[in-house]
Design a protein around this ligand. Sequence first.
Ligand code: HPA
Ligand code: MG
Length: 226
Amino acid sequence: MVEWGFAPATDLIKDDYAGYPLNMFCVPKHYEADLTDIMIPAGLINDRIERIARDIVQDIIPQENRGIVVLCVLKGGYKFFADLLDKIKQLNRNSEESIPISIDFIRLQSYKNDKSQGSIQVIGGDRLENLKGKCVLVVEDIIDTGGTMIKLKELLAKHEPKCVKVASLLVKRSARNCGYKPDFTGFEIPDEFVVGYALDYNEHFRDLSHICVINENGKKKYAVAS
Ligand code: HPA
Ligand code: MG
């Protein structure tokens, strides 16, 4: 596979960062008791994605001008995928050079409550055979242990893409991380369980716009039997 060499900046949120109080921005009433603070407001997510889109396009165009497949990892990646794609399309409309984009989806499951279950299961999506010979940009919501992405990359490699790059909106600074770093990172965050902007806790909180830290009350309220 061809490697693309480029190391864009990542936005680092420090361990002692207190976040924003919930009453500073609009949070749905049904989640007010379940969150500690707002870690990343939706507007800041949007601004960061604008820059990630530029980094990606600047990286890809010199390597591959015949087009890329943007592969959305469902469900958590859907907001980042949709917003990132909008920004890339905006660049495509307004620059001298542009890059044809096609889209694909894959659905994986590896989390119950706030714990990774260790193995990944592909539970839906397009046929991966379609990726043969293509340049693939995987779009993920969060890298925590890194295990899911390593397994996904192994799975994709079996279908012989020309190259694979990974963009993750969040990367957690966690002792459990196996050292994996994506090619493009939105924010490096402290080791806390975050929800919102399509990130869930047992399928709850995807309808929250900001990325927030869940509190013990929320974890208990929405826990499922393991
Ligand atoms: N939030 C939501 N999903 C996740 C997280 C998280 O902090 N870590 C791994 N999957
Ligand atoms: Mg994910």
